[in-house]
Design a protein around this ligand. Structure first.
Ligand code: CAO
Length: 426
């Protein structure tokens, strides 16, 4: 079976999380991802949050599977020659440098397009054009400026960031879609183009339902928000809605058996209108099916606290998994709160390759999240991340066609190694 992106060469200038997420996805789909790293330094995450001495961190290994690594000083004249050759040879350049870095390196879009008109240049930046376009941005900055933090948390508490990396990994996903779309467009036109995804824009896209609610506010209170039932007035901006569901069907996180000791003994429970009757039967309130205070969604809205307190009395008699089984038999949507430990041990996630065990020469075996997108004819297998510069010579020879003398000359010019190693080689 061929991989979906087999034959596509990616010149990968990404680092930290957002860009590497994107190129890792492309690599899983079969693209040849050539990660260009600064000699001696590499992607800064190789050394961040290190748990095993002298081994690449999990931060790095879990974002850079299936790639090859070349070390190249792109500020060195010989390094620039190699970079030019890489641009001529590859299909897509992906980068998430700070604003202006590629231009300062001497490779603005116009130059890249002139070297290889078919090349697609894909970039992640913190912000799009506007007052903040020159700012450097990390995950939580994007969550705060993209509408996520202002809408996450409890009404009477501070804004919260989420554990899901929607600014970094979320924008990486957006960029990957932009790249394959531009590749498709190229098959029709023969031309490359620029693809940009700003982290603020990506987060706002994922917060689309909150911009929906912002506009609904002009027409009255948001009746599915708990604060409506509690008689608390709305301000002029969408409030934090704690664990209310965003879809208009009231939902809450409720305690399950064992909650006193287990911080994850909870279940998300949705009182979806079509299954109201089975809910009443399960919790032992059959009269609520016809009682005028409870029978319709509208009648229930001001009484959600009372309703969920009653449902919680029932969920507290069951473990989250028992509750899941009972509720799913009646098609009542619910979700046990699964800890990372439970997910790591989940047999079905292992079976589908969503959780994979990977072997690494320096750190041994570790778990990672595999490709969450499954293609029926092009399955992904996860291979370990490259060591720094592991494929430098291989790429210079096999991809770029340099002979041994030329590789030696490039090395001698100081384009491949950090300064002290260079001195030793000379
Ligand atoms: N050879 C020589 N120099 C290299 C090189 C190479 N192979 N690779 C990178 N460099 C140089 C660049 O030329 C640049 O130098 P100058 O500043 O002199 O032009 C420098 O290394 C890297 O700059 P940077 O701004 O990308 O890196 P940083 O650590 O200062 O900032 C970050 C990191 C993430 C804040 C910034 O890259 C950024 O804002 N990126 C866009 C938004 C983004 O993706 N953020 C998410 C990061 S994950 O949380």
């Amino acid at each position: 079976m061929t991989k979906a992106l087999e034959g596509v060469k990616i010149l990968d200038f990404t680092h930290v999380q957002s860009g590497p997420t994107c190129t890792q996805l492309l690599a899983w789909f079969g693209a040849d991802v050539i990660k260009v790293e600064r000699p001696g330094v590499g992607d800064i995450t190789r050394g961040q949050l290190r748990d095993v001495p002298d081994a690449d961190s999990l931060y790095f290994t879990m974002l850079n599977h299936n790639k090859r690594s070349i070390t190249l000083d792109t500020k060195n004249p010989k390094g620039k020659e190699v970079l030019t050759r890489l641009i001529q040879t590859c299909d897509v350049l992906v980068e998430n440098f700070g604003p202006g870095v590629l231009d300062r390196m001497g490779f603005p879009w116009e130059k890249i397009h002139a070297i290889n008109p078919k090349m697609i240049v894909a970039s992640i930046k913190g912000f799009g054009p506007g007052p903040y376009e020159d700012c450097k941005v990390y995950e939580n900055v994007a969550q705060c400026t993209g509408g996520s933090a202002s809408t996450t948390g409890f009404r009477d508490g501070v804004p919260l960031v989420t554990g899901a990396q929607i600014g970094d990994s979320g924008t990486g996903l957006h960029l990957a879609l932009g790249i394959v779309t531009a590749l498709y467009h190229r098959t029709q036109t023969g031309e490359g183009q620029r693809v940009t995804a700003a982290m603020q824009d990506g987060v706002l896209n994922l917060c689309r339902v909150k911009l929906r609610d912002q506009q609904r506010l002009a027409h009255g209170p948001l009746t599915e928000y708990s604060q409506y039932g509690e008689g608390v007035d709305f301000d002029d901006a969408v409030p934090r809605a704690a664990n209310d569901s965003g879809g208009g069907q009231p939902g809450r996180i409720l305690k399950c058996k064992g909650w006193e000791k287990d911080p994850n003994a909870y279940i998300y429970f949705i009182t979806q209108a079509p299954v109201w009757e089975p809910i009443c039967d399960i919790i032992g309130e059959p009269e609520w099916k016809t009682h005028s205070d409870f029978a319709t969604p509208k009648a229930r809205l001001p009484r959600l606290n009372q309703i969920f307190e009653r449902i919680e009395q029932w969920t507290m008699t069951k473990t989250k998994f028992e509750a899941m089984d009972i509720l799913n038999e009646q098609d009542i949507p619910c979700g046990p709160i699964l800890s990372m430990k439970e997910l790591a041990e989940d047999k079905s996630l292992r079976a589908t390759g969503t959780v994979v065990e990977v072997d690494h020469p320096k750190r041994g075996k570790y778990l990672s999240v595999g490709n969450p997108i499954k293609l029926s004819a092009s399955p992904s297998e996860v291979t370990r991340s490259p060591l720094l510069g592991e494929h430098t010579d291989e790429i210079l020879r096999d991809v770029l066609g340099y002979n041994d003398n030329e590789v030696a000359a490039i090395r001698g010019a100081g384009a491949l190694d950090p300064a002290p190693k260079r001195a030793a080689a000379e």
